[in-house]
Design a protein around this ligand. Structure first.
Ligand SMILES: Nc1ncnc2c1ncn2[C@@H]1O[C@H](COP(=O)(O)OP(=O)(O)O)[C@@H](O)[C@H]1O
Ligand SMILES: [Mg+2]
Length: 345
């Protein structure tokens, strides 16, 4: 095999394979390695290369040996981690010239799948954690009430029930956000999307928040510098995006503050900028803004309810439309979130 100039068809096929192929004989000497295997393992083949050089990990070699000894093909003998690369190693044993079992070892690069799987596991463990804390808090309050120690103090009992209600509502919000995210994962963007005028959509969304803005004496202005800013999208997605951004600009604003919504014609699409005069964020605080469950924790945000899933969802939805989001923020001054949507054809 060392002479690669002697091209036969099987060798050319091996060279072209996307999988790495290594062939070992009954003595576990390496008799063949295709270029992909050399690339994946970062070693060139030479007659002196041993299996231990390719798989320095003793446990990996033991797994290989066990798979060969089992005498039948295993598509996944084990996973092999080499720095940033994760390989799936499969083994197909064969009888080599009556001297015992040799094997074809197949290597596939599964780094991306592995990373996605790790991400998923991390997400699930975070979800469980986020569900657990409000639920424990609710049960704690109920247990205190059930001890009967406050039976003569209905005011205290009522206070505790009110806290239960707040935590219960937060829990329900969280579950709703999670359900929405999950639905987005399994359902593709709807194909029956229509064209919508961003100015109309934003006007309606702003109206929807009138009760909250009036309660906090927040003045809202919607400016349409692009009167027919048409985008092709599922209306529910547009609502989801702007509802989240507007709700943040109210929640993290100050009483008597202002919100300025501006739709304009940017070179790369229609830009919607939502500016508030709220608590803002420092650069360090805004670092994890688009990570699941991330919420800025300081004395200004204490007591403001939320799930930390809003901006994650916004970003996720926008990416389905090739739309972008950017922001700028100053602590104590306010924030501007700008969404740029591709123009409808
Ligand atoms: N307009 C804003 N002004 C200040 N902080 C903001 C603003 N929007 C978002 N944030 C910060 O980013 C965090 C994440 O926002 P989001 O994903 O919408 O979650 P939630 O609002 O449920 O906390 C918020 O908890 C808040 O700390
Ligand atoms: Mg939010």
């Amino acid at each position: 095999m060392s002479d690669r100039n002697d091209r036969t068809l099987p060798l050319q096929v091996l060279d072209a394979l996307h999988e790495g192929v290594i062939v070992v004989d009954a003595r576990r000497a390496i008799i063949l390695m295709n270029p992909r295997a050399e690339q994946l393992l970062g070693r060139r083949w030479s007659p002196s290369v041993a299996l231990a050089d390719l798989f320095p990990d003793a446990a990996a070699r033991a797994a290989l040996e066990a798979a060969i000894a089992a005498g039948r093909a295993t598509s996944q003998a084990f996973c092999h981690k080499l720095g940033e690369v994760v390989l799936e190693v499969g083994v197909s044993p064969f009888t080599g010239g009556g001297t015992g079992l040799g094997a074809v070892i197949l290597l596939s690069d599964i780094t991306e799948t592995w990373k996605t799987e790790q991400e998923r596991l991390r997400f699930v463990s975070m979800v469980v954690h986020e569900l657990k804390s409000p639920l424990s808090a609710i049960l704690n309050y109920i247990n205190v009430i059930l001890t009967g120690m406050f039976d003569t103090d209905p005011k205290r009992v009522r206070e505790m029930l009110e806290r239960c209600k707040i935590r219960g509502e937060a829990l329900l919000d969280l579950v709703r956000d999670l359900l929405y995210i999950n639905r987005r994962e399994v359902e593709p963007v709807r194909k029956d999307a229509e064209d919508f005028d961003l100015c109309t959509v934003l006007g309606e969304q702003v109206d929807f928040f009138t009760v909250q803005t009036e309660r906090h004496r927040i003045r809202v202005t919607v400016r349409c510098d692009a009167p027919r800013a048409m985008v092709r999208a599922d209306r529910a997605d547009l609502d989801r995006v702007f509802m989240n951004l507007l709700s943040n600009s109210i929640k993290y604003n100050r009483d008597g503050g202002a919100i300025d919504v501006r739709v304009s014609d940017a070179d790369d699409g229609w830009a919607v900028a939502i500016s508030d005069t709220g608590i803002g964020m420092s650069t360090a605080e805004s670092e994890g803004l688009f990570r699941e469950f991330y919420r800025v924790k300081n004395e200004r945000t204490a007591g403001i309810p939320g799930t930390g899933l809003g901006l994650v969802t916004v970003k996720r939805v926008l990416s389905d439309y090739g739309a972008k989001i950017a922001f700028s923020s100053k602590p104590g001054k306010g924030s501007t979130f700008t969404v740029t949507f591709p123009k409808a054809p």
